[in-house]
Design a protein around this ligand. Sequence first.
Ligand SMILES: CC(C)(COP(=O)(O)OP(=O)(O)OC[C@H]1O[C@@H](n2cnc3c(N)ncnc32)[C@H](O)[C@@H]1OP(=O)(O)O)[C@@H](O)C(=O)NCCC(=O)NCCS
Length: 147
Amino acid sequence: MIGFGRIALDPHQPNGATFGFALRPDAWGVAYGAETVRLLLGLEIEEIGLHRIWDGRSPLDEASARTMAAVGMIEEGTIRGHVRKAGQWRDSIVHSMLEEEWKGGWGSGGGSRPGRGEQRYRLPEGGQGHRFDGADSSRRSLRPGVT
Ligand SMILES: CC(C)(COP(=O)(O)OP(=O)(O)OC[C@H]1O[C@@H](n2cnc3c(N)ncnc32)[C@H](O)[C@@H]1OP(=O)(O)O)[C@@H](O)C(=O)NCCC(=O)NCCS
């Protein structure tokens, strides 16, 4: 097993769901993350028939931001005080995909928004070392500090 994906349906959110994904560190960096998110979106929209899929990430989590941007998910905004980590409340940044966007191109690998690699997410001003230069082989070491 190299990781997992989960889908969470919500009776108060008809035709919508959240999802989650995580890979073992030795599987990072070879596109399995984007592939996992694509599989989850396809399952939720094409097989289950959902309309809106979303996930919240840490504001510092560039890997997740880029992974969701790479498959066409749109960054929507901030949920304040969403998750409690290490005794403190943390905001989450929401990314989503709608059924029409998926069926309009992203589900078949295309899409009508800016291309792969283009920044479609925001990180905190000043950063905390989470910005990633594609030539930087230390990218994996960025992950442990992300909450
Ligand atoms: C997020 C995660 C699934 C990414 O998996 P991955 O297989 O390494 O990602 P991919 O190789 O598919 O890369 C997808 C995009 O993310 C970028 N990326 C991956 N790791 C990165 C890192 N450490 N820093 C910055 N960008 C990163 C890639 O460059 C790529 O962007 P691009 O398409 O613009 O070039 C993996 O890091 C992970 O499991 N992290 C821990 C759990 C977690 O954060 N889950 C998500 C919670 S919201």
